[in-house]
Every structure is written in structure tokens, then in C-alpha cells.
Design a protein around this ligand. Sequence first.
Ligand code: Q9C
Ligand code: ZN
Length: 339
Amino acid sequence: MTLPVFFDRRQLLHRPVHEWTKGEKIAHPETLDRAETIVETIEADSNFFSIYQPQEIPLSLIQNVHVPGMLMLYETAQRVIAEGESFYPSVFPKRSASLVDPTDIRQAGYFCFDSGTPLTFNTWEAARLSASCAHEAALYVESAKGRVAYALCRPPGHHASHDLFGGYCYVNNAAVIAKRVRKKCRVAILDIDFHHGNGTQDIFYRDDAVLVVSVHGNPKEFYPFFSGYETEKGEGRGKGFNLNIPLPRGCDGQEYMRQMRLKVLPFIQSFDPGLLIVSAGFDTYQDDPIGAFALETGDYAELGEIIGKLNISTIILQEGGYHVQKLGLNVTTFLRGFR
Ligand code: Q9C
Ligand code: ZN
């Protein structure tokens, strides 16, 4: 049986052009050719994969995760930003003293935490379709047609919190699925993107039905800087249901797998989830232009394999990964390893 892949070509219409970093305008790394190369690599491997276009996700499922104002702002962006233009928030008010009008694009910074995540005319449509891929993958696994499905989500999701977008993320795809499924069974989210999944952590920080585990570059040195530390373990009922494994620059496959086997996999196993969501970023790759780990393509086979051996129903969601030339191969190597 082939491994199902969910993707909609209209996700390519979201086209961030620049990101502001260290005061400089640089080419945006989250390009449409990332998704294109993944799809092409998957298409070339049709004995193993089947690609499906998702149905549109019910809006209510996105509303269960994100505040109305933030979604209204995305609609505003679609209304007021011309095609081909981008809007970069430049004022980021603190919550307590501010009122916000989400129909005024100039106030977009209220819902945004960085300068790398522009709004464009197509952002909202692409983000909805990205969540639709995740949703359809979840439906597939739930219908017991198979134990695993892959959603080629773009834009990514794990940095988006309930009321903040950032880190190239607008809708938290993993959270949208986990929020729906948690009523039926316990859910574990394993985030293997190079960057700490701060949005996912925030959303489930007080929740004991959703376990969140993230393995990432030490935030003392790497984005998002303000979260992802080992001391963040959850709060209230959620205490003990959040695990961060920050790792140093240069971490290679051997050390990465050691951490997985020693800390991550046993922690997930003891939680005994009915569903596993993998936030799969490939910016841990040795030549990734943003990440600073040293995983090789072959390591993704092993990583997929050890996660697959947990033997839990699993939805794999695409997050980051910016080495366009090797991205497709890294993704398919991981998915083949899982099987
Ligand atoms: N010059 C994801 O991988 N900018 N987001 C870093 C580096 C933010 C990454 C600046 C990186 C966000 C989904
Ligand atoms: Zn990342």
C-alpha cells in the first residue's frame, strides 16, 4: 500500500519575498520551490507514494486554536494588500495597554512576533489549505485506512500561537489537529524541526491531554530565543506534559539519535498516546542555510525508523527545511524510513 501525501498546488501562491534579519533585508528562505521540490521527488517515487488534494478544512477547527482577531487580520490582508505586495509589521505592541482593530493592516503587529513573516494577498488561503492538508491526513489515519499519512503543509505552522503569528507560520497545523483529536484520545506532538516549536508549546502548555516534545537548537543561541529551554515543563494540569531538548550547534546524527532513544521516545511511549503528530522540519540537515545541526540524508532514514517503531498512528506534518536541493530527498528518506 502506498503512503498518502496531501497537497494542494494553491499553497504555492503564498510568496514571501523578503525577511528582515539583523536590520537587513534578505531573500526569504520559505520559498515555493521548497514545496515544489518535495512534490516532484514524491511524484518520481509513485510506487511508494500517492498524492491527494485535500477537502477544505471547516473554519471552526481553525477558530478552535486561533483568536478571531488574528483570523480577521488575515482576511484584512487579503482585502487590502495588492497581489505581489507584502506587509511587514513594524510596531509590536504589548498586550496589556492596547486595543486592536484587525481590519486595519497597520495594526498587524499586534498579532505578530517577528519581522520575517509577511502578510500577502494569498497568505490566508494558503494557510487554510496548509491546515486542510493536515486535517485530511488526520481523517485518513482515523478512518484506519493506514497507520501513517504525510501532509505537505506550506506555510509551516509550529511557531504560530493562539494569538500570534511568526517564524513563517500563520496557522498552527499540528495544534488544529491535536485540539480536535484530544477529546477522543491522548495526543503526542513530536517536533523535530531545528527551531523550538514555541507556538505549539504555548497552545498546550496547560493541557495534560496533549504531550508536546521538541528537539531543537539551543534557544540561547538560536531562534526563537525566548523559549525552548529545558526548564519549561508545562503549567497547572499541563505540568510534566512538555519536554524540551535543546542541543548545541553542530549536533550530528549519532548524538541526535542518542537523545531520541534516551529521552524522547521513552517519554512518548510512557504517555501512551492514541495519535502521534510529527512536526517534521528538515532544517537539521548539515547544509541547511538556517539550521546549525549536522544530520545527513541517511540519518533521516534512521530517524523515521525509530519513530515508526513506536507503532502509534502518526500524522507527519511538513514544517521547515531550507536546503531546497536536498529537501525532497530528505523528506522521502524520512518517510521511507518510517515505513
Ligand atoms: N537569518 C521554521 O523553520 N528567522 N521557521 C531566522 C535567520 C526565523 C524558521 C533568521 C526562522 C524561522 C518553520
Ligand atoms: Zn525551523
